[in-house]
Design a protein around this ligand. Sequence first.
Ligand code: GAL
Length: 684
Amino acid sequence: MKKIKVTDDNRLLHGGDYNPDQWLDYPDILKEDVELMKAAHTNTFSIGIFAWAALEPEEDKYDFDWLDKVIERIHSIGGRFIMATPSGARPAWMSQHHPEVLRVDAYRRKQLHGARHNHCFSSEYYRKKTQEMNTKLAERYGDHPALLMWHISNEFGGECHCDSCQNNFREWLKNKYNNDLKELNHSWWGAFWSHTITDWEQIESPSPIGENAVHGMNLDWRRFVTHQTIDFYKNEIKPLRELTPDVPITTNFMSDNPEFVPFTALDYSQFAKEVDVISWDAYAPWHTDQEDTATLASRVAFLNDHFYSMKNQPFLLMESTPSLVNWHDVNKAKRPGMHFLSSMQMLAHGSDSILYFQWRKSRGSSEKFHGAVVDHDRSKDNRVFKEVAQLGKAMEDLSDCVVGYQRKADVGILYDVESDWALNDAQGFGLKTKKYGETLQKHYQMFWENNIPVDVISKETAFDPYKILLIPMLYMLSEETAEKISAFVKNGGTVVTTYITGLVDEADLTHMGGWLKPLKEVFGVEPLETDTYYPSDRNSVVYNGKAYEVRDYATVLKLLEAESLGSYEEDFYKDTPALTKNTYEKGQAFYIGARLNDDFHRVFYNELIKTHDLKPALEAKHNRGVSIQARKAEGKQTIFIMNFTEESQTLLLLEEVTDCLTDEVLGGALELAPYETRVVEKRI
Ligand code: GAL
């Protein structure tokens, strides 16, 4: 697929979800919006996301007049619009007259009309209606000069268990298993508890009513849900591709919240192939009492790099809040300066936009207290509006040195959602301590602290561009991926893995005969047992003369070719290897057998960064909590220096750079106020 530049006129996009359909009875508000949009230095609005009831108030009776006017107003101030297809929420008349559009939940209960994101992906009627609606939108607005792209539906997710979806699941399985129940039973380990299937009709989607003991089936169901969702999306975009082949298409992805780890309801690595531009909705829980700002910042960075790496190109921040949300346990306002800093961080990691949910706070219903640019006071003088306007002005000034600039990393960390599904399903290990996403973020954090960029990749990504490949907790590992890792190391790459890696294959069946051969060869060890700890259990591993604490997991290892770098201090595996290094052909492979703490990771990864001669974009000395990230273009790079601490920080810059906003030449000591960002340029 051709690479599409996110913005076509070199402007960073600033704006967000605009829901004028909530305000059609308030013409003064709609007029006021345009004035406020200018004052906020905003230029891009996603419209129509939940507007189906306004666009088609009665079946087959459409009304686009109000939308025409809204679009003309945005256009009149030089703004752009991202046209959403409204399928994320449907009108009540549709649920009333065509109840097949309503979802059936995993308990086989038909859902009532209400909320949103709750339509059946198989419903023929819904598919037909979305195509009709999208055709009308494309015919009417496809040539509009202010149209920037299509935004398909909203935050796809969820699943339906109605009869049509069951049938589609069975058809999908028939196709996958070549119409052969023997193959399916083998893959699902059907003989276990007499779960052998003898007729396709016996297959039912997983439900809490039954026992979900058949892990192979659970895994296939999740794969099917991804397939089904993408299929629905493809049905939606058909008329858009036909009528507006040059208009890029996106759909807004998200994270798993409130944990703020990669999204697990769908396999985004597959979905990403179908969109032109990645966009995502980031609602980081800033200022919680759970973690310091710097640690959260590194997790935000991880997710951004995850979305950048999906297409290895700049993405859009489609939704964020300028102040607070309404669905965290505690909805804390962003402290002064945090909005600017957190937005700059998105740009630093490859976003070409800062877009909000939402432009104007609703007057009623569940989101009336969710943060927005325009508050109920309708004022441009409140703190939030002023911070948004300040950011908008800076984005206008920075566009030239950000838009089109790329990211580049020598380190890749592999996140595999299928492995995440299987590991979560596994009855074993510590049921509450698996934390695959969080574990990846912890390993990633050590590179972030050193300002070394990392791509967050999938198992399908080519490994050869990287010097270091991190595959912590890669529970599910196929022979194909094992061979790929082996080839990477053979050619000189360095790989690091941990406990729980490589225990099952892509059907979630354990590997027979111990670890896969390529893994034994590459790592020069064989994991024998995975010991799981109670929360109060501790062990330690001595590495380079210092003891580091072990929690949750400890693998007992057999050394083959590898050397031991550290051993356990306690338990029946006292003095046996916990950490190993193997030289394999031109490369190296490290196995970290235990869940070790940040102190260990810091020492271990700092050494790896040194031995691999990885250098940050800008040489500087600073405390933890300051992050330096770069975007590159031909011969130059734009570098974001960000203070994610509540204190002033003094950095020592070891090279000269020019401030992009003030043209000041900087070098030597640089003071950063709490939460301050400086954006600088460096020639390369
Ligand atoms: C998103 C959703 C928006 C809005 C927002 C509130 O998940 O796409 O429509 O509800 O959450 O934070």
